[in-house]
Ligand binder design. Sequence first.
Ligand SMILES: [Zn+2]
Length: 206
Amino acid sequence: MYWQPTPPPFKEYKAKVFSNAAAVSQFIYQIGETPLLRQPSVTVPVDTITSLEMQTKFTYIKTCLLNYRKLTGYGRGITAIQIGIPQCFSVVYAPADLLIIINPKITRVAHKKTRYPEICMSANPIVVPTIRPTWVEFEYYDEKGKEKHWNTKDESDTGRLLNRVFQHEIDHMAGIINIDKVESPRELILESDPDFYKTATFETIA
Ligand SMILES: [Zn+2]
């Protein structure tokens, strides 16, 4: 019997994942190609929120999130710095609508923490098991310039995910990427198994 090579698995799915990553990199900045992703963003002056310039930026960031979701079928948030705007705002895919949060300030965090595998659009398709508090409370401005307070401590998977996405995006405003929070580089993987997210769970950290 002659020796035969054993090719790696998930060939078709990986071809799709990497082709999506290439497409996403056309409108989302990737780690290493700009120092801005590692720098803090600046506060948006509240009296400019309703200006045409800011409203145009909000429309653009929403379009980017919708494009990402059209390409990949997932994607829950983008922060301005990821599309080259070093200002403190994000768009988050809340089940009912695309929520713009501006100048968020975290006021409380849960004691309980969970680990969950995250993908950052700026480091796609690296999967990062990331430990975060199960919920946060924060103050922010909406896109109409109104002051708002997020304090929904929904313990369903959807609620946990949303609280996690807010933390992920608020980290971007401080120049922090989920990769920076990983306990060991050995935990990093590339998205390759199509069933990976079907079995992903929120693992409680003692
Ligand atoms: Zn990210």
